[in-house]
Design a protein around this ligand. Sequence first.
Ligand SMILES: [Zn+2]
Length: 281
Amino acid sequence: MRIFDPHVHMSSRTTDDYEAMRAAGVRAVVEPAFWLGQPRTSVGSFTDYFDALLGWEPYRAAQFGVRHHCTIALNPKEANDPRCRGVLELLPRYLAKDGVVAVGEVGYDAMTPAEDEVFRVQLGLAAEHGLPVLVHTPHRDKAAGTRRSLDVVRESGLPPERVLVDHLNELTVAMVKDAGSWMGFSVYPDTKMDERRMVALLKEYGTDRILVNSAADWGRSDPLKTYKVGLAMLEAGFSAGDVDTVLWRNPVAFYAQSGRLELDDAAPEAEYAGNTIKRGG
Ligand SMILES: [Zn+2]
């Protein structure tokens, strides 16, 4: 099985995770910029975070044979914090960089006017930079948040096929399919979407434009969920080709719209900025 995890926050994971992911078939990942679990207090905190997503983390991933890309944005939650608003001015510089394959995660958390404004500004930046967009849908009021996100995307004039709407479930998938955007599902250990529900959705909606991710981060999550969905698909009678479509070809097709995917097996760099992952060497 070859796997592209299109949404996983590797900065908060261990080297054991990288080893297990590669052994299960994960060859490439996208790490979306998001919040830290606690508020950032200044724009400089984002600068260091974005630099790590483009520098140290791809270096670390490469040590385990995993190609690492990222998406860059001011996340919906921190769009509400005036201390973070200056991030919007940083974005053009980062969106020009090679490892950035989309603008994201953007969208709504609590659906405030500030989130609305920041979402629209970033959709405009995506259009300017010719990048696809990763849209986060809120955990509360998901159906209303997803509908409103699709409205805002439509008003922005971005082609729907350049947009991936993530964290979907049985209640929100149809509206995204009808809109013509890509459908993302985050499969978690004990909440929201699981392997069984994911297989049922694939039976109902087919494999076209559907992506599965682990969305693993610092919370309870499992970076092997993509692989486990692949196994569940095979058990349910899907072909190896179907699994490859969902776990590899679809995420590759979506993020290839950036023109910046790197999927060859490159030899890892010995060090990054003079540092390595080795101890005492
Ligand atoms: Zn995320």
